[in-house]
Ligand binder design. Structure first.
Ligand SMILES: Nc1ncnc2c1ncn2[C@@H]1O[C@H](COP(=O)(O)OP(=O)(O)OP(=O)(O)O)[C@@H](O)[C@H]1O
Length: 619
């Protein structure tokens, strides 16, 4: 059987799909082996030690046989000393040697596997995070996560354990069969005419039983879903007096679970009896026949002992192959999936931080020129159609439009997350493509609708805007973002750990942290994706003030949902279904009687008033 793991891998790969092993898949996967290259000397030496320890393992049955024969004064093996004690000491010496070799074999294999796997992990992770946004649009985070964890663990396991085990078992099997023939050709013939069939049958039957127990597990999981659903909706269950109905539903599944388990138990019983009868029967047969050979002086007792032990070796090796083969199949599948990521075209971002520093400064002129765009994943929907507008450095330009009209898409295009199929985006009069990606992204900052904070401290979260920022810089940014006061109010101040995704902070607080982060980044162009969920008026005032501070001296593109906040904008671009329908200042747009802006603006004023009315009536 395959050995337990010796490394840091997880158990998650048990569910991994298997891939076919053929010359093509092996050729593809061989690319991953290049990661072993830096450690090849150790790997080859480890292989040599493995070979050596497997060979020494093969000597033990012979030593035991020689010991038993020596007790009866028989010394048939010319490789061993002709004294009982000398053979014993020789055995121990060999055992010690094997232990020594095995130690280094394991250490070398694990070292090589851990190091090369860390390299693969690092490369895969880096490739993953530099892949274009479109890649992520088509995949689920969980799936990508499992590539980094389960798939790579499977590869790691294969490198450290499975490959070694396959080689070890092959050496042992080939060696044992050869030695069996040397000990007794007749006995070997008898053994080999039965054993492979028995093992093949046991493997197939074992698989069938495993399938049955998986079915039982699935059913059990289904029954747990019933419990979960019922408990989650307990108020509904009670309100409808559906307790009996739910109990019956649960009972029905439980009966099915028992049914499958009982059916499985019968096969399990047959399997156990079969194993006991056939496998042990074979050995009884071998010993029986062997004893007859002893009686006829064809072999002696020691040789029979040797023979039995080699038979066990052969049986165990044969039994371990299906598992090992399945592991290899999983590893090939895992490697192919990892290689798929490694083979993708990433964005031109360097893994070395210093190489990503800004080279060409952008002052802040921004121009959209006839931008037409559809998401690569959805070519049939044109999200933006011939969108044009100009923002001079330092200006505030608001983008307004109904939900789904393409506002956030424009932000993604400015950040070069996607590229338009037609038209150009220009920074300071030059096409965006003529700048390096890092130059653009270093000088454009976004304060998104839904601020995502990392799980670290507030200090780390603000400093994310500028790697290597000093504490003073962070505090100054927080002060300017109206965040210092609430941060200082926490017992741990800037060292407060924000919960996962910043849940411990209110929406307004999270936004002010994002503003402080953007202040530290000090971009030439700022994109504000205004939060749709409204904050209470005090919080809104603080956020608004912080935003005003942030916008000073930079080009600001404000994706606005509340039109009251953009009255002062230098220009308002109104878009509808991906097309610019109006452009101008607030005053100018309000003059356009049939215009969308005026309509949206009035809609918001009316809804605010209707919200206010009941309160006023109460007074
Ligand atoms: N990653 C994506 N892949 C495919 N289509 C997308 C993607 N993101 C957005 N869309 C589609 O593009 C269109 C414009 O979406 P966008 O998010 O830009 O609108 P919006 O004006 O910002 O909306 P809201 O005001 O609700 O945020 C929508 O039809 C949306 O379904």
């Amino acid at each position: 059987m395959a050995r337990g793991r010796l490394n840091s891998g997880s158990k998650a790969e048990a569910e991994l799909p298997k891939a076919k092993i053929n010359s093509e898949s092996l050729k593809r996967v061989a690319r991953l082996l290049s990661y072993l290259r830096p450690y090849r000397a150790k790997f080859i030496f480890g292989m040599f030690l493995l070979f050596l320890s497997s060979l020494t393992g093969l000597a033990f049955p012979a030593i035991l046989g020689a010991l038993i024969d020596a007790a009866q004064g028989i010394y048939k093996n010319k490789f061993f000393p002709h004294s009982l004690n000398a053979i014993g000491i020789f055995g121990f010496a060999l055992l010690f040697g094997q232990a020594f070799v095995s130690f280094f074999r394991v250490v070398f294999f694990v070292q090589v596997a851990e190091k090369s796997l860390a390299d693969i992990r690092r490369d895969t992770y880096f490739k993953l995070i530099t892949l274009p946004m479109n890649f992520f649009a088509n995949r689920r985070v969980g799936e990508l996560n499992s590539r980094i964890s389960a798939d790579l663990s499977q590869i790691q396991d294969t490198l450290t354990t499975t490959i070694a085990e396959v080689i070890r078992q092959l050496v042992i099997m080939a060696g044992s069969v050869t030695l069996l023939v040397i000990v007794s050709g007749k006995l070997t013939l008898m053994l080999l005419s039965i054993l492979p069939f028995l093992i093949a049958f046991a493997v197939v039957f074992g698989k069938f039983i495993r399938k049955l127990s998986r079915q039982a597990q699935d059913k059990l999981a289904e029954s747990n879903t019933v419990v979960e659903e019922t408990l989650q909706g307990i108020a509904n269950v009670k309100a409808f007096v559906h307790e009996a109905y739910e109990a019956n539903r649960y009972d029905k599944i439980l009966r099915e679970v028992v049914g499958i388990a009982v059916k499985g138990a019968k096969f399990r019983g047959i399997f156990a009896s079969f194993i006991v009868f056939c496998l042990f029967g074979t050995f009884v047969g071998v010993i029986w026949y062997g004893s007859t050979l002893i009686q006829n002086h064809d072999i002696n007792v020691g040789q029979l002992t040797t023979f039995i032990m080699y038979s066990i070796f052969v049986g165990a090796a044969m039994g371990s192959f299906p598992d090992l083969y399945a592991n290899l199949q999983k590893a090939i599948g895992a490697s192919e999936r990892v290689l798929e990521i490694l083979g993708e075209q990433g964005e031109p971002i360097s893994m070395i931080e210093a190489e990503n520093a800004t080279v060409e400064m952008i002052r802040g002129d921004l121009s959209f020129q006839n931008i037409t765009f559809h998401y690569p994943s959805r070519p049939e929907i044109t999200v933006l159609k011939y969108v044009s507008f100009d923002a001079k450095a330092g200006q505030k330009v608001a983008i307004v439009g109904p939900s789904g009209s393409g506002k956030s898409t424009m932000a993604s295009l400015i950040l070069q997350f996607y590229h338009p199929q037609e038209g150009n985006i220009q920074f300071d009069g030059r096409n965006a493509d003529s700048y390096s990606l890092t130059d653009v992204r270093n000088q454009v900052a976004i304060v998104p609708q839904d601020v995502l904070l990392f799980g670290g401290t507030i200090l780390e979260n603000i400093a994310y805007g500028k790697m290597g920022a000093t504490n003073d810089e962070v505090i100054k940014a927080a002060q300017r973002a109206n965040a210092h006061q609430f941060i200082s109010g926490f017992p741990e101040g800037y060292e407060t750990v924000v919960g996962e995704r910043g849940v411990k902070l209110s929406g307004g607080q999270r936004q002010r942290i994002a503003i402080a982060r953007a202040l530290l980044k000090n971009p030439s162009i700022l994109i504000l994706d205004e939060a749709t969920s409204s904050l209470d008026s005090e919080s809104e005032r603080l956020v608004q003030e912080a935003l005003e501070e942030l916008m000073v001296g930079r080009t600001s593109i404000i994706i606005a949902h509340r039109l009251s906040t953009i009255r002062e904008a230098d220009q308002i671009v109104v878009i509808e279904k991906g097309t610019v329908v109006e452009t101008g200042s607030h005053t100018k747009l309000m003059e356009n009687e049939g215009g969308l802006y005026r309509y949206l603006s009035q809609l918001q004023t009316d809804s605010k008033e209707s919200l206010r009315e009941p309160v006023e009536n109460e007074k």
